[in-house]
Design a protein around this ligand. Structure first.
Ligand SMILES: NC(=O)c1ccc[n+]([C@@H]2O[C@H](COP(=O)([O-])OP(=O)(O)OC[C@H]3O[C@@H](n4cnc5c(N)ncnc54)[C@H](OP(=O)(O)O)[C@@H]3O)[C@@H](O)[C@H]2O)c1
Length: 271
């Protein structure tokens, strides 16, 4: 059995490898990277490292050779049309290499979103379906990291968390939780032809966030709705589904996801 993972030098890829190494031996894992120099630590852990560049289809056949499971981590290119072509290269190579199962880090509840990125994710899922290869769609929620642009440190300083008015609720989870769930799918035998919505099972709200900040800082933080707030993130959040939830991730990791207070700690620098 050989589990081949693309984007292995990336943030999510690294966390998946860390989790996977707790479940299977390193000689069962192949890390595919764009830059071999950056993968020295993987080699030191006994993981085979192969070159894989989504823009260079000639690198992909050898990268995926012998894969019983291939995990495609979605490209980080900023242009969704380019990403579509990159993913198509990977999918074609997966078919040529006769991989046993193709797993893809898609996006949670994309059907009614109005951003090009969600179309990219759905198009990639459909392209995978054209191959007839057994698939697993690992639809990741928005990372909880988005809280990093909400002004949490300023909220602690001023006692006010300024937000755009609206009925907000969030199904987000951390990369670490996603990595745990994805590693479980990679290590376990089944999960063929399944789609998992890897989100929180209960949404959190801005009230929860203000409460977490109050608890962490030891002083009251109140919410203040501000219709004039200038922050690009709200335009983005309005166009995606941040509210639908699923128990898929909790089932895969065998317990609850990381609590909000713990998840936002990396973004608090003022206490
Ligand atoms: N759910 C969310 O909230 C969210 C947020 C941001 C991104 N994403 C998506 O999730 C993916 C994983 O997230 P992440 O945090 O791990 O991002 P990341 O740290 O930027 O990792 C992206 C990985 O993709 C690799 N990559 C990019 N272009 C490539 C190419 N042409 N050929 C081969 N590999 C290529 C990168 O290689 P290098 O290491 O060589 O750069 C990197 O390893 C992202 O790529 C993006 O599609 C999701």
């Amino acid at each position: 059995m050989s589990i081949v993972i693309t984007g292995a030098n990336g943030k999510l890829g690294s966390l998946i490898l860390k989790q996977l190494l707790q479940k299977v031996s390193s000689d069962q894992i192949v890390a595919c990277v764009r830059d071999l120099e950056k993968a020295k630590d993987l080699l030191e852990q006994g993981i085979e490292v192969r070159l894989c560049d989504y823009d260079k289809p000639e690198t992909l056949d050898q990268a995926f050779a012998g894969a019983s499971k291939l995990l495609l981590i979605s490209s980080s290119n900023q242009d969704d049309t380019i990403r579509l072509r990159q993913h198509a290269h990977v999918i074609e190579a997966a078919k040529k290499s006769q991989v046993g199962q193709l797993l893809f880090t898609s996006f949670a509840f994309p059907e009614h979103d109005s951003i090009s990125t969600s179309h990219l994710y759905m198009a990639t899922e459909h392209a995978i379906l054209t191959t007839g290869i057994p698939y697993t769609f690992l639809r990741n929620s928005l990372y909880t990291d988005f809280v990093g642009v909400l002004g949490l440190n300023a909220a602690i300083d001023t006692g006010e968390l300024r937000i755009s008015p609206g009925e907000w609720s969030f199904n987000t989870v951390t990369r670490e939780d996603l990595a745990k769930g994805i590693a479980a799918v990679l290590a376990e035998g089944d999960h063929q032809n399944k789609t998992y919505e890897l989100t929180a099972s209960r949404p959190w709200t801005f009230d929860d966030l203000a409460a977490a900040l109050s608890e962490m800082s030891g002083k009251p933080i109140v919410l203040r709705e501000d219709a004039d707030i200038q922050n690009w993130i709200y335009g983005f959040l309005r166009k995606i589904n941040t509210t639908s939830t699923s128990t898929d991730l909790e089932k895969l990791i065998g317990g609850p996801v990381t609590p909000l207070k713990e998840s936002i700690k990396p973004f608090i620098t003022t206490i």
